[in-house]
Design a protein around this ligand. Structure first.
Ligand code: SAM
Length: 234
């Protein structure tokens, strides 16, 4: 038996081994089938279980507000886009959302989406021109495919987080916020120092929907100080 996010209980699904699946594929599939957030996402119409991470963070921190301008990095399959669209009132013509991912997505009404690599030279400019102005919120749930080599996987996610911070600094309006997936220990040193210099508040959040056995967590930086800081202020 496993516990549902609402507190109820459900039967665990165990798969018979299939010849074509590797052990890790088998484990992943069993975990998906037994994951209460996956079932809840399907039932409630969210495209990913990741949607619950943003819902939980936003319910707690009250980040998303009607009319905001949002950029979502690593947006596929679109769970965060759906949550953000709902909370900023995109369906009522309020706000703006621009997303990017390596993977294609089914369109989310009102969202401008680029299928491409955020690490490409032109990606940041493309996002900025679609946005047509400054952003209030930069979200990044980007994660490169895990290689299974802990150190390499860690370096890759730190690299994506660094690029995302750089982009956030270029595009955010003063007072704006940045929420980014990192790994435990990944926002120490230079990364954290950068954020603390540019934002008034920086904290780490591990939502319940983030698997407890994963080292994933989110760094939330609010109150962007703006690009025109004097060296003394910086
Ligand atoms: N927040 C999403 C949602 O709610 O549906 C889930 C995002 S998923 C955890 C991470 C995504 O980051 C993947 O879809 C992956 O393709 C994307 N990604 C990884 N590296 C990227 C890159 N260099 N450029 C754009 N997207 C990238």
């Amino acid at each position: 038996m496993t516990t549902k996010p609402g507190g109820g209980r459900q039967l665990a699904v165990r798969l018979k081994t299939a010849k074509k699946r590797t052990t890790s594929q088998q484990k992943w599939l069993e975990r998906q089938l037994n994951d209460p957030y996956v079932a809840r996402a399907r039932k409630e119409g969210w495209r990913s279980r990741a949607a619950f991470k943003l819902i939980e963070i936003d319910d707690r921190m009250k980040l998303l507000k009607p009319g905001q301008r949002v950029v979502d990095l690593g947006a596929a399959p679109g769970g965060w886009l759906q949550v953000a669209a709902k909370r900023i009132g995109l369906d009522k013509g309020q706000g703006k959302i621009v997303g990017i991912d390596l993977l294609a997505i089914d369109p989310v009404p009102g969202v401008d989406f680029i299928q491409g690599d955020f690490t490409d030279d032109h990606a940041a400019e493309q996002l900025k021109s679609l946005l047509g102005g400054e952003a209030d919120v930069v979200l990044s749930d980007m994660a490169a495919n895990a290689m299974g080599h802990k150190k390499t996987d860690h370096l890759k996610i730190v690299y994506l987080a660094e690029l995302a911070i750089h982009f956030a600094r270029e595009v955010l309006a003063p007072g704006g916020l940045f929420l980014c997936k990192v790994l435990q220990g990944g926002t120490e040193g230079a990364l954290l120092a950068d954020l603390k210099r540019d934002f008034t508040t920086v904290k780490h959040i591990k939502p319940r929907a983030s698997r407890q056995d994963s080292s994933e967590l989110y760094v939330l930086a609010t109150g962007f100080r703006g690009r025109d800081q004097s060296p003394a202020e910086a």
